[in-house]
Design a protein around this ligand. Structure first.
Ligand code: HEM
Length: 206
């Protein structure tokens, strides 16, 4: 009975930060008191960037958590990954429209000149094929290649954490916490693969 509400509640929770940000921007554009600080453009970029990396890490946590707790969480992984893409898109759009006003020459120069932006762009570009192929019919169509393609989420999150670390102005505590979470998740994945290989070798020699 309760299970019926999990998915709608998940969508409400995931969309809530974006809805709050849209509302705050509406207040700002209407010259009403808002929470976007004295630099709303920078606030928008930081806010959407923070939620992109959070959703990337949450998506990567689903499989280990499901394995450790035996909860049936895998069915929510796709939606969480799509929210990472959605917030990444908002982050990039904010940079492209509000920061650079569609000045493509400057944007391209920035991407190639600032390594931090290069890592961010790499992460976002690699997220696009994952978002496009996340629909059920694409999962069926790509078969085993789907899993191979979606392993790119690790490379994406590594690039995103490097981007995050290089982009923060003062306190690096949060990017360091992100890096530690990512290292644990990667460590767990390596441990699972090592165990799988060991079992396979045992079966072959038995
Ligand atoms: C998956 C892709 C990306 C993730 C996860 C991500 C994440 C982040 C994070 C966490 C921050 C720091 C926020 C803070 O200080 O609290 C940030 C800042 C920033 N990102 Fe990204 N980012 C991504 C892609 C991009 C792309 C593609 C661009 C532009 C081409 C970009 C441009 C920026 C800029 C300009 C800032 C600094 C904003 C400021 O404080 O002025 N990011 N990003």
């Amino acid at each position: 009975m309760l299970r019926k509400f999990i998915r709608p509640l998940l969508h409400i929770a995931c969309a809530a930060p974006a809805i709050w940000l849209i509302y705050q921007n509406w207040l700002w554009l209407n010259f009403l008191p808002h929470e976007l600080t004295a630099n709303p453009i920078e606030y928008n970029t930081d806010f959407t960037g923070d939620w992109t990396i959070r959703f990337l890490l949450i998506t990567l946590t689903v499989t280990p958590l499901a394995k450790l707790t035996k909860w049936r969480l895998l069915k929510y992984r796709r939606a969480l990954g799509l929210y990472a893409f959605l917030y990444g898109l908002l982050h990039f759009l904010n940079y492209m429209v509000l920061d650079y006003f569609f000045d493509w020459a400057l944007i391209i120069e920035d991407i190639f000149k600032r390594p931090a932006i290069t890592f961010g762009m790499l992460a976002f570009t690699l997220l696009i094929p994952l978002a496009v192929t996340s629909f059920k019919f694409m999962v069926k169509k790509l078969g085993k290649n789907w899993q191979k393609l979606h392993r790119a989420i690790y490379v994406i999150t590594i690039c995103a954490v490097i981007h995050n670390y290089m982009m923060v102005k003062a306190d690096v505590l949060i990017p360091v916490i992100h890096a530690m979470i990512l290292t644990s998740l990667l460590g767990y994945r390596v441990y699972l693969n090592y165990n799988k290989r060991k079992i396979r070798l045992k079966k072959q020699t038995a």
